[in-house]
Write a new protein. Structure first.
Length: 479
């Protein structure tokens, strides 16, 4: 009796294994049969009756044909054999859509033009959001006419400070990539600390560079965005007591402080992917340009060098005829671009807006290499390999250029964009960006400036009083 029970239990244990083996064998047979049918259907001749019989009739033929169309004749085992590099290439080559917030600004219009003029036409939808739609359409009338038939370029109204979360979600919903290239440029006023301007003025950097960016990033993630690109400034990476950061904070209503808070808000929105276990995942790319100019990009270097002699006389004539009013486009054959990422520090020297738009376009096309990466871009005078020139100022010497050695492997000095190596970009480290004491050092600078001004005026007053007393005493002595 016990032997019968034991044999029955052993048979019960072997039963799931047999069923699993049968299911695996049946799956393999089904996959083999499907591959054969797909190949036969693809290369079938005019004798369709044979193909129908071999695939099990009209219904099964249609079912298998639809499966072949969906996965291009590849089974699950074939998909596993596809390398990660091929998947990345396939994702980069698929048709994409982008929403450019602030796309009518000086950088935004260049980004829009760069995306639309892509020779490979990787974007089937380009949506530009701006506060004044009519003005934006008038400025980009030519671009709109060129892309109106295909419907690639569209415009919409958006105000990140006044729009609610629901309105922002409707504005950016359904786009693969969102580029935020707007910012506040508000001059500080003497009584901002009394009027509480940062919480009242909707054009204050706190409302635009921080709260507006935060709302936009959360809306983009909720709307299915895969990559969020933000343009800030080189000074965001500087220390809080750096003279440039302190000066900009005092003059431009603490703009560096709120740009930093905006970057932290973007990181928080993207890092929350793992914490919330949400299926909607979004990565970021931060671009920090230096001092922006309207010079031509570095890709015009070779053209300028070739045509410098031939065009020198014509450019001189044109500059004379225009009275020197249009000198924004410079001969750029003495400029290079310096790139780095993360917490690396480079000088915020002049860089062309065209080059900034180009690095943003490169970041969009290389998602894997620029995922969660902060890129700093600045210009410099052309230097030899491993060297660069930096602008310096000394009270004794005045302004001068200093040649510096570059020993950081993360820094790239480019004379043309084809030299860019995206593999050198590394993702930001966790907690490498924190809130800084911008407010403290800004107030310290103001109090120090007021103190120095007070002592200076007091000294001037004392000197004037001394000379007046001396003059009076000498007058009375003469009498």
């Amino acid at each position: 009796m016990y032997s019968a029970i034991a044999s029955f239990a052993a048979a019960q244990q072997r039963a799931p294994q047999k069923q699993q083996h049968h299911r695996s064998h049946h799956r393999q047979e089904e996959q083999r049969r499907r591959r054969l049918c797909c190949r036969f259907l693809y290369f079938r001749s005019s004798t369709t009756s044979k193909s129908r019989r071999s695939c099990g009739g009209f219904g099964e033929e249609a079912h298998i044909a639809s499966r072949c169309d969906d996965d291009d004749g590849k089974t699950e085992s074939d998909e596993e054999e596809v390398s990660e590099e091929e998947r990345t290439t396939r994702n980069n080559n698929k048709k994409k859509s982008v929403c450019i917030v602030g796309g009518c600004g000086r950088i935004g219009s260049l980004i829009t033009r760069t995306v639309l003029n892509d020779p490979e036409r990787r974007y089937e939808r380009v949506h530009v959001l701006t506060r004044n739609v009519n003005k934006c359409i008038a400025q980009n009338d030519t671009m709109k006419e060129e892309n109106e038939e295909e419907g690639r370029l569209t415009f919409g109204e958006c105000d990140v400070t006044n729009f609610t979360a629901e309105q922002l979600l409707e504005s950016v919903k359904g786009y693969d990539e969102v580029v935020a290239c707007f910012g506040a440029q508000r001059i500080s006023k003497p009584f901002d600390w009394i009027t509480n301007a940062e919480n009242v003025d909707e054009r204050h950097p706190k409302s635009v560079n921080f709260w507006g960016v935060r709302k936009l990033a959360l809306a983009a993630k909720e709307g299915g965005c895969e990559r969020f690109v933000r343009v800030t400034g080189m000074s965001v990476g500087y220390s809080a007591f750096d003279f440039i950061a302190v000066l900009l904070n005092n003059v431009l209503s603490m703009t560096i402080k709120f740009q930093l808070l905006g970057e932290l808000a973007i990181r928080e929105a993207c890092v929350a992917n793992d914490e919330t276990k949400s299926s909607k995942r979004m990565s970021y790319t931060i671009v920090r340009p230096g001092n922006l100019t309207d010079w031509e990009g570095i890709d015009n270097n070779s053209d300028d060098e070739k045509n410098s002699g031939a065009s020198s006389s014509s450019s001189t004539k044109s500059s004379r005829s225009s009275g020197g009013a249009n000198n924004k486009k410079n001969n750029n054959n003495e400029r290079v671009v310096v790139l780095t990422h993360g917490a690396n520090h480079i000088d915020a020297s002049k860089v062309s807006r065209e080059d900034v738009a180009h690095i943003i376009f490169v970041a969009l096309q290389n998602r894997k290499a620029t995922e969660n990466v902060t890129i700093s871009i600045a210009g410099a005078n052309k230097a030899t390999a491993g060297m660069r020139s930096a602008f310096r100022w000394d009270p004794a010497r005045g302004a001068y250029w200093e040649t510096q050695a570059i020993d950081d492997a993360n820094v790239q000095i480019l004379s043309k964009w084809s030299d860019l190596d995206v593999r050198k970009f590394q993702p930001d480290e966790e907690n490498d960006l924190k809130e800084k004491a911008h407010q403290f050092w800004a107030w310290s600078f103001l109090l120090s400036a007021f103190g120095v001004a007070y002592l200076f005026l007091r000294a001037i007053f004392s000197l004037v009083r001394f000379f007046m007393l001396s003059l009076t005493s000498s007058t009375f002595a003469a009498v």
